[in-house]
Design a protein. Structure first.
Length: 411
């Protein structure tokens, strides 16, 4: 076999075409072809191009049987690593690198937390929680959760390091918030038991901090998980524990009462639900949004949030007129960053309109809900869409129900 044939065999073994190899080496495909056919001289420099591009330091020896004095030394481990990295870079430059070598480039990037934790590390965790919260509230999705998980793992390691007591309290609140958001996203994906475990961890961390609203809100999220597992009375009990803390703000207290009303409805306790509605409205009249913690401005005291929480509860309690007023107000105020909450309101408004006899208006809202939900990955929203379709069907609009079901299946 000729040297050119050796080179061609090495290239084919690597799965590279002449065109790709030309891009990687800067040598024309025609010249490479002639070299492989034996029509052009095989120079040491050209053999070195093949070695780097193919990531195969044995090409030169196989082709010539002798070392190349113009090529770098290959004898040490460091030389081999360097040449291997060059081959990966060359392949990556034209998009033909295999995954394994590039994955190995990430080895060793994990960083250990500092020996002493200070405010810079705490602020980093707070920033990670804020970024993830914004991403999750807008659309959710596994990508955002994967990013948050990495931040949470690092943040938990920080808790085992020495730090001043005020720093530890602030860190506990930051870790609690981040864990709560990851737990809530896990719940939204329909993984209820795992979500309950994550939210319990979040609660433990939040309780070690000084943010009492965060503690209450984490208990609220945990209660929703229990309610969706078929245990709404347990959800109410969890919220009673939260409401026992007199230090929580009126805004968060209103939020907790609204969700408690929803759990009462699920537990067939209508009177208890209506009592919580009244307590929520009373707390809301005394709320001072300006004093809320930063995270609450994205959730609890964000525009339209309390209207949506009360509207969802009133809908489940069968208070259709009040529910429609609250849900309409929520939709008017909710911004683009609350996509899933807006969809939860819209699905219920569609059902209410149909119930009230406004079939055209209800159908329009139902179609809009299905369209807006097309790129939202949420078990809650998926359940709401099915509830909406069932509600439309129960009102006799079987053709619309069939159309909506078809649209969901196509999506």
């Amino acid at each position: 076999m000729t040297i050119g044939e050796d080179l061609r065999e090495a290239r084919q073994r690597a799965g590279l075409s002449l065109g790709r190899l030309a891009l990687m080496t800067g040598v024309s495909a025609g010249h490479l072809s002639r070299v492989e056919r034996g029509a052009r001289e095989v120079t040491p420099a050209l053999i070195h191009h093949y070695e780097v591009a193919l990531g195969d330091p044995t090409v030169h020896f196989a082709a010539t049987g002798t070392p190349d004095p113009c090529a770098p030394e290959m004898g040490t481990v460091d030389d081999m690593k360097r040449r291997g990295l060059l081959s990966v870079i060359a392949a990556a430059s034209v998009g033909v690198a295999t995954g394994e070598p590039l994955t190995r480039l990430l080895d060793g990037l994990a960083t250990e937390p500092p020996s002493n934790v200070g405010l810079p590390e705490v602020r980093a965790v707070e920033a990670a929680a804020d970024l993830y919260m914004r991403m999750d509230l807008a659309r959710g999705g596994n990508a955002a959760t994967a990013m948050a998980r990495g931040s949470l793992e690092w943040a938990v390691k920080l808790q085992g390091r020495p730090m001043a007591d005020p720093t530890r309290e602030r860190l506990c609140s930051a870790v609690g918030l981040l864990a709560d958001r990851v737990g809530w996203a896990t719940y939204d994906q329909g993984r209820l038991e795992r979500a309950a475990r994550l939210l319990t961890f979040a609660l433990d961390s939040a309780a070690r901090g000084t943010d009492r609203d965060l503690r209450a809100h984490t208990m609220l999220d945990l209660s929703v998980t229990f309610a969706d597992m078929g245990r709404p009375r347990d959800g109410v009990e969890i919220l009673r524990l939260a409401l026992g803390d007199e230090r929580i703000s009126s805004a968060e207290r209103a939020n907790v009462h609204a969700v408690a009303a929803r759990h009462c409805a699920a537990a067939d306790d209508r009177q208890g639900g209506l009592r919580h509605i009244g307590l929520a409205e009373d707390a809301l009249s005394r709320a001072e949004p300006a004093t809320a913690p930063d995270w609450a401005h994205h959730i609890t005291v964000s525009p339209g949030h309390h209207d949506s929480a009360l509207g969802l509860a009133l809908f489940q309690l069968g208070e259709d007129s009040d529910a429609r007023a609250r849900l309409t107000a929520a939709l008017d105020r909710l911004g683009e960053s609350r996509t899933r909450t807006g969809l939860r309101c819209l699905t219920r408004l569609a059902v209410l309109r149909v119930r009230e006899g406004d079939r055209d208006g209800g159908a329009e809202q139902a179609r809009r809900a299905v369209m807006l939900a097309a790129d939202v990955r949420s078990t809650r929203v998926a359940n709401d869409l099915r509830m909406m379709i069932d509600g439309v069907r129960e009102c006799g609009m079987t053709e619309l129900a069939r159309e909506l079901t078809g649209s969901l299946t196509a999506a």
